[in-house]
Design a protein around this ligand. Structure first.
Ligand code: NAD
Length: 312
């Protein structure tokens, strides 16, 4: 039978262990806070030479620019798009500059086709090291004017497709303990906006999926996973995806051109930044506004009169 003094010593020992663990946790927390702030200014862009970068929706807009710019940086680019001709144009453009690109016509909502083409890519090109889930659609009108088919398709393209892409490419990344998953969410994945109810839902989901998968890999490998994540939240990029946007002070928040949006995304990926808004300050603005009561934040939103008009 344990002596009362043994029990007392065990309690003291456990309390001391807990105190050490609390001090260690607080110290590590503040160390990482400072490191995080410093990283904004000091993080270096790692080289993507030799990487195999797969971009979905590479036929147009930011996807095309991402493919071109990654190829310019020395990566081998794999272009996927549902639109055969536009995708081919991107591949031709890259090849005409003497850079490496492969094109595949894929509807990313078609799980079987994604898995089948994923295997083809592995044989033709090699293991994808940077996956950019970029393809997306954005119908913009009142919730009750969205058809059932439209709502399903928004989620199929903007959200569910990410799972099929993970199924195709994540196992190899895990086996090699090397990879980077970039996903295009949207400012509509941080703020609820009128005329974009299903779109907002699909883009909020992208944020959650990226965060949860990153956390799952971190915890299941006890912090050893080298697979990185970058989630991108653009406000307004001039690609034609958003048919129109209304904002009171247009000059203060102009639409960004797809070339510079792609350059910001690539830079964030190369620096290992986890969340990027375009423009960058919106990330902090959103965090600050979320501290205040929702009604108060709405006063600002009403003042800015920023919204996406209906396309109907
Ligand atoms: N443009 C913006 O203002 C803006 C703002 C925030 C977020 N985003 C997001 O950024 C991403 C890229 O936007 P963009 O403006 O460059 O779009 P875009 O319309 O210019 O290009 C999208 C590309 O995706 C392809 N695509 C569509 N459905 C597909 C499918 N089922 N399978 C394969 N490819 C498919 C299209 O053919 C097209 O080439 C999207 O996810 C979009 O939601 C855009």
């Amino acid at each position: 039978m344990a002596e009362p003094s043994d029990n007392f010593l065990t309690i003291i020992y456990n309390v001391l262990c807990l105190i050490v663990e609390i001090i260690y946790t607080i110290g590590k927390f503040w160390y990482l806070v400072i490191e995080g702030f410093l990283q904004v200014f000091t993080a270096q862009e790692r080289s993507v030479k030799g990487d195999i970068v797969l971009v979905t929706g590479a036929g147009h807009g930011m996807g095309r620019q991402l493919a071109i710019q990654y190829a310019d940086l020395g990566a081998t680019v794999v272009c996927w798009d549902i639109n055969e001709q536009l995708n081919l144009d991107t591949v031709k453009l890259i090849k005409s500059k003497g850079k490496k690109a492969y094109g595949y016509t894929v509807d990313v909502t078609n799980r079987e086709k994604v898995l089948e083409t994923g295997n083809k890519v592995l044989k033709d090109v090699g293991a994808v090291t940077i996956l950019v889930n970029n393809a997306g659609i954005m119908p913009q009108h009142d919730l009750l004017k969205h058809t059932e088919n439209e709502i399903r398709t928004i989620f199929e393209v903007n959200t569910l497709a990410h799972f099929w892409m993970f199924e195709a490419f994540l196992p190899k990344m895990i086996a090699n303990n090397n990879g980077h998953i970039v996903a295009l969410s949207s400012m509509a994945g941080m703020l609820g906006l009128r005329n974009l109810v299903p779109y907002c839902g699909s883009k909020f989901a992208v944020r959650g999926i990226q965060e949860a998968l990153s956390e799952e890999l971190r915890t299941s490998t006890k912090g050893k996973s080298q697979i990185k994540f970058t989630t991108v939240f653009p406000y307004m990029v001039d690609t034609g995806l958003c048919k129109s946007m209304s904002i009171r002070f247009e000059k203060l928040m102009p639409a960004v051109d797809p070339e510079s949006a792609a350059a910001s995304i690539i830079s964030a990926q190369r620096k290992g930044i986890e969340e990027l808004t375009i423009p960058r300050h919106l990330l902090h603005l959103n965090r600050v506004l979320r501290v205040f009561p929702n009604k108060a934040s709405k006063v600002l939103a009403d003042f800015l009169e920023a919204y996406v008009p209906s396309d109907k």
